[in-house]
Design a protein around this ligand. Sequence first.
Ligand SMILES: [Mg+2]
Length: 372
Amino acid sequence: MSDELGRRRIGRVETGSLTGRYPRLIGKNARLGDHGRGPVSTTVTVETTDGLRGWGLAGAVPGPVERFVGRTVGELFDPVTGVVDPDARALDLALHDLAGRALDLPVHRLLGTAGPQTTPVYDGGIYFSDLDARDRPAAGVVLADVAEDATDGFAAFKLKIGRGHRWTDPADGLARDVAVTRAVRDAHPDAVLLVDANDGYDLATTLRYLDATADCGLFWLEEPFVENRSDLEVLRRWRDENGSSLLVADGETCPDVEAVVALAADGLVDVLLMDVIGFGFTAWRSLVPRLAGLGVASSPHAWGELPKTLYAAQLARGLGTVVQLEAVPGRVDGLDTSAYRFDGRSLGAPDLPGFGLPEPGSGPGTRWRDLL
Ligand SMILES: [Mg+2]
């Protein structure tokens, strides 16, 4: 199938931008200040000399794009593995889309369609809103955010924890983390709940938090502290001694990927989180077969830009091992995502060529509730 690509030559490469809109101001997490009301993303579109076009988020501005003009698609991209020229990394998603359109195949088919038709999805947009409204009880403020996203259909939520790392007195921060977790659990007894400390806890705080929420049935604990073998071994023992099914997810922040894979192989980390763009779509394609052999799950980090959730859905259906998809609530101006199916609990990638996303146009874009 690469002949179909090998003979096609790149005639034009264009960059553009997409404006995302979160449903509200997304506040702080344990490490970072306010996340704003929505990102502006760089896109890149590759057009062949015979008029075929593919587009995707670029991650970073790809530099002078004229350097790609005149090259064949096959010099930059192999449909079996992904981008083959490291210089074309910013074209990773656009070339996957282009290849899918050239071959009349969904991207998940290029990847092997080894995963399930749909994958569980959680709302990744519940941050520390309470810290910007200190005159109100923490739990009430966060419950309002959860309720807002529940109207979009979400039934699984990731709560940020680690308020005491930078923003409050450590004891008060931990008390707020526990109060918020317990309140969301009480209000949503059937919801899947995940928590993420963004490396803002140490081991002792992690164990205090887990002791205080042990009856909350948390699905996963993400980045409790900077990953290290000795602390993760203690956490493993806590889980074993408490008969806990809690998963530990890590590998999002500045990961030494081989080191995190080694921790996962030893049962200390259960879910790997490298970013769908920062680590890369092509890199995930080569890593997942190794993870599958080790029995390790994945959940490509997708926070920030809504299309990342859709790209992760293609990885999930294409490669398998993805245990949860991170959803970015809100919408993107001019982006029609209506080919993707969302039932509140899971998301499915469509059987359309490429990523199944028309080139962005005008209009408000698709909201999550429109996909229900
Ligand atoms: Mg995280």
